[in-house]
Ligand binder design. Structure first.
Ligand code: DAH
Length: 339
């Protein structure tokens, strides 16, 4: 028995195979039910009791080695098989699959491009802001609800450091540093302490517009808005302005566009009215100009602000705001054509 174990040990150490069939034949030869090693286990009962301990140990080692050898042969023939058969080095490279631009980026770029045609240049500011740039300089009264804990994510209190709730803060940053003429468009992310649902999110994107110069009037604002609406939603788009209120503009207005789904006839999207709301705007309040070091007796200006998600929804009818931040490739790839 000891001799047989020794012989098999040597045999197994030297085993070789060139494909899976050969490996399988070796496995059958040694380890199957009638294999040589298995039959040694059957003979084990005839080993004298005083040798059982030693022989049993060697036998187990032999079986273990045989199994490892078969496994490693299997792996090596599988590897070499792949090298020989599956890899064609003359084949051209796989085409690289390109990603798509995010719908919010597509629409944001489009908005910026349209205002770019009117001479606006892009300005950006920080997302972490202080009270002055987000609220105080923009004429928000001390007790205005927008300053409330419920709307604003505060990072620190007194002095207040917070996540900006709108990109109007960039107006202040630019006006503090630059004298008119100022013609800027400010895209960016904003944050509000809202419960996340299909219609609200704790962060979203805005584009702010600001034009300050001598003699800027509400007529200039209306003209720019009409140009924007037609470029964005098509030449037949109509606009209407409704009086509204914002602390930083006087007078203030909200703009509707004729519903781009039904062309203004009335449908479920526009709730039968033929109009859908798109942005806020107005003439920059003289208090804001003065707070930022611009003489309100010499200069006037208009401002406007819109939500990029809102514009995207109007353009592409995305029903659930959460889609924009879920990174679902099926959703994102729908915007391939819009690149
Ligand atoms: N900042 C406003 C908001 O977050 C949007 C806005 C409205 C901006 C009117 C403006 C404006 O510049 O004139 O809701």
């Amino acid at each position: 028995m000891l001799d047989t174990i020794k012989r098999l040990k040597e045999e197994i150490g030297a085993l070789n195979a060139s494909d899976l069939n050969e490996v399988e034949a070796l496995r059958i030869k040694y380890l199957s039910k009638k294999g040589e090693i298995t039959s040694l286990f059957n003979d084990f009962r005839n080993v004298p009791a005083e040798q059982k301990r030693e022989v049993g140990k060697l036998l187990n080692e032999l079986k273990e080695e045989a199994q490892q050898k078969i496994n490693s042969l299997k792996e090596s023939v599988a590897d070499s098989g792949r090298d020989d058969e599956d890899v064609d080095l003359t084949r051209s490279a796989y085409p690289v699959k390109l990603g798509t631009r995010h719908p919010i980026s597509i629409v944001k770029n489009e908005i910026c491009d349209i205002f770019g045609k009117l001479g606006f240049s892009i300005a950006e500011g920080p997302e972490i802001e202080d009270d002055w740039h987000v609220f105080s300089s923009l004429n928000f009264p001390e007790d205005h609800p927008a300053r409330d804990m419920q709307d604003t994510f505060f990072i620190q209190r007194s002095p207040d450091i917070l996540l900006r709730t709108h990109t109007s803060s960039v107006q202040t940053r630019v006006m503090e540093k630059t004298q008119p003429p100022i013609r800027i468009i400010c895209p960016g992310r904003v944050y509000r302490n809202e419960a996340i649902s299909a219609r609200a999110h704790c962060f979203f994107h805005q584009v702010e517009g600001l034009y300050v110069d001598k003699g800027v009037t509400f007529a200039d604002l209306k003209q720019a808005l009409l140009f924007f609406a037609k470029e964005m939603f098509g030449a037949n788009t109509k606009i209407r302005l409704r009086p509204s209120y914002f602390p930083f503009t006087e007078p203030s207005a909200e703009m509707d566009i004729s519903c781009n789904l039904c062309g203004g006839k009335g449908c479920s999207f526009c709730k039968g009215t033929g109009w859908v709301e798109i942005l806020g705007c107005g003439m920059v309040d003289p208090n804001v100009l003065d707070a930022c070091g611009i003489d309100s007796k010499v200069y006037t200006g208009y401002a406007l602000g819109m939500g990029v998600e809102r514009v995207t929804n109007l353009k592409y009818q995305v029903k659930d705001l959460r889609m924009f931040s879920e990174n679902d490739k099926r959703f994102l790839e729908e915007f391939k054509a819009a690149l």
